[in-house]
Design a protein around this ligand. Structure first.
Ligand SMILES: [Zn+2]
Length: 390
C-alpha cells in the first residue's frame, strides 16, 4: 500500500495536467474524437503494452498478458451544458478551487477514466499483476447507448473477461448493480380538421391526456413502495398538426421507465398496454439511433434490465478487502439508481461486475459538476488494489 501511495505522489502533477486537458475537451456523445486521441496518447506515454482504438472510437489499453483478465471501463463522452451561464465556473474551463475541479465530466465519468488510466500505470510500474491482464477501456457514446458501445468494443477486440469494474460516480462506495432502464414511445392517432370545426376532427392530444393521467398515477403507486422500485417519467411530448389552426391527428409521448430487479419486458409491456386500454393508441420500445465519431451508425433497442452481483461473489469480496486495505474502514456497499455500461458486462455477457468511481452521483448532468481531487487519488489507489488482489 505504501509503495502505491509513494508512487502516486510522484505523478500527481501529471495527473492534474492531464485532468485539466481532458475536462476542457467538449467530448459530446458521438463527437469524442479529440478525447479519444488524448486518452490513447496518454496511455502510450505511460508505457501501456498495447493501445488500440476500435471502429467507433473507444480506446482500449492493455497491461500484461496473464491468465486472469480484468477490464476497467468508464466512458469519455459527456452531456452538454446548456445552462452554461448559470455555472459558478465555466463548464469547460476545468478550474480548480480549494482542491475541487469544476467542469462537465468531472464526475460523469472523466474522473473515473483518469483514475483507471493512472491505476494501470501504477500496476505496471509496481509489477502488481504478474499473472494478469489488465484492460483499461475508455469507451464512447455511453450517455445515449448504455452498454452498447462497450459491448461492441469487447466483441471487436475478442476479449474473454473474468472481472469487470465500471467507473461511474459512486461517492467512493462499491456499487453491486443498478436499476435497469427502458424507454417507450406511445402514439395516439386522431383525425385532422380545421380549427374552426373541431367537431369534424378527432383530437390526438385529448386522447393522450387520459394516458398521461394513468402514467402519472403509476408513478404515485411507485412513490408508496418501499425499497428498490421502478419509476416512470413522461420525458417529452410532441404532436403532428397541419397548422396551429387545425386539430392534431397524431400525438407522441416518450417514457423513461426505470426497472427494478426482476422487471421483465413482458411485465412492462403489459403495463404499457394497460395505459392505452380503450384508447386508439399504440406503444413500442424506443429505438435509440446515433452516429459515432467515425461515422458508424449505432442503434439500441432501449430495454436494459436491472442486474446485481451478490455480496459473496469473489469479485465483491476482493473489492471489500481492497477497500479496507486502502481506507482502513468498512466498505460501503450500495446500488446505482441509474443504468451504466455494466448492463453489457454483467447483464449481457455475464461477467462478474462491480462499480466504483470518484464524485457525487447527484452532480451528474448538473450545473457546477465538480469533483474533489483527493477522490481521484483515492480511486486510483482503490482500482490498483483491486487489480492486485483479484
Ligand atoms: Zn451521464
Amino acid at each position: 500500500m505504501n509503495n502505491l501511495k509513494n508512487e502516486l505522489e510522484k505523478i500527481k502533477a501529471d495527473i492534474i495536467d492531464f485532468t485539466k486537458k481532458f475536462i476542457q475537451i467538449k467530448s459530446f456523445t458521438g463527437k469524442e474524437a479529440e478525447a479519444t486521441k488524448l486518452v490513447a496518447n496518454k496511455m502510450k506515454e505511460l508505457g501501456y503494452d498495447e493501445v488500440t482504438i476500435d471502429s467507433y472510437g473507444s480506446v482500449l489499453g492493455r497491461i500484461g498478458s496473464g491468465k486472469t483478465k480484468i477490464l476497467y471501463d468508464a466512458h469519455i463522452d459527456v452531456v452538454e451544458a446548456k445552462d452554461e451561464a448559470e455555472w459558478k465556473y465555466p463548464p469547460f474551463a476545468a478550474e480548480i478551487h480549494d482542491n475541487i475541479i469544476y467542469g462537465r465530466g468531472t464526475v460523469d465519468t472523466k474522473s473515473s477514466v483518469i483514475s483507471m488510466i493512472y491505476a494501470g500505470y501504477l500496476v505496471k510500474k509496481l509489477n502488481l499483476c504478474k499473472d494478469k491482464t489488465i484492460y483499461i477501456s475508455a469507451s464512447v457514446m455511453e450517455e445515449d447507448f448504455d452498454g452498447e458501445l462497450l459491448y461492441r468494443a469487447i466483441k471487436e477486440n475478442n476479449l474473454e473477461l473474468d472481472y469487470v469494474i465500471i467507473g461511474e460516480p459512486s461517492n467512493l462506495q462499491i456499487a453491486l448493480g443498478h436499476r435497469g432502464r427502458s424507454m417507450y414511445k406511445i402514439t395516439t392517432l386522431g383525425v385532422s380538421a380545421h380549427g374552426s370545426a373541431p367537431e369534424k376532427g378527432d383530437n390526438a392530444i385529448y386522447k393522450m391526456a387520459k394516458i398521461l393521467e394513468r402514467i402519472e398515477n403509476k408513478q404515485k403507486e411507485f412513490d408508496k413502495l418501499e425499497g428498490e422500485k421502478g419509476s416512470i417519467v413522461v420525458s417529452n411530448i410532441e404532436a403532428r398538426t397541419a397548422s396551429l389552426n387545425a386539430v392534431p391527428d397524431m400525438c407522441t409521448i416518450y417514457i423513461d421507465r426505470r426497472l427494478a430487479m426482476g422487471e421483465t419486458e413482458d411485465k412492462v409491456n403489459k403495463e404499457m398496454a394497460s395505459f392505452i386500454e380503450g384508447i386508439d393508441a399504440k406503444y413500442e420500445i424506443y429505438i435509440a439511433e446515433g452516429v459515432s465519431q467515425t461515422g458508424k451508425e449505432v442503434t439500441l433497442r432501449t430495454f436494459m434490465p436491472a442486474w446485481e452481483i451478490s455480496k459473496e461473489n469473489y469479485l465483491t469480496q476482493v473489492a471489500i478487502k481492497s477497500y479496507e486495505e486502502c481506507f482502513n474502514a468498512e466498505a460501503p456497499l450500495f446500488k446505482w439508481p441509474f443504468s451504466t455500461n455494466g448492463f453489457a458486462t454483467n447483464g449481457e455477457i455475464k461477467v462478474p461486475t462491480i462499480g466504483f468511481g470518484p464524485g457525487n452521483l447527484k452532480l451528474a448532468h448538473m450545473k457546477d459538476e465538480r469533483c474533489h481531487i483527493d477522490d481521484l487519488y483515492k480511486t486510483i489507489i482503490f482500482y490498483s488494489s483491486v487489480a492486485k488482489n483479484c
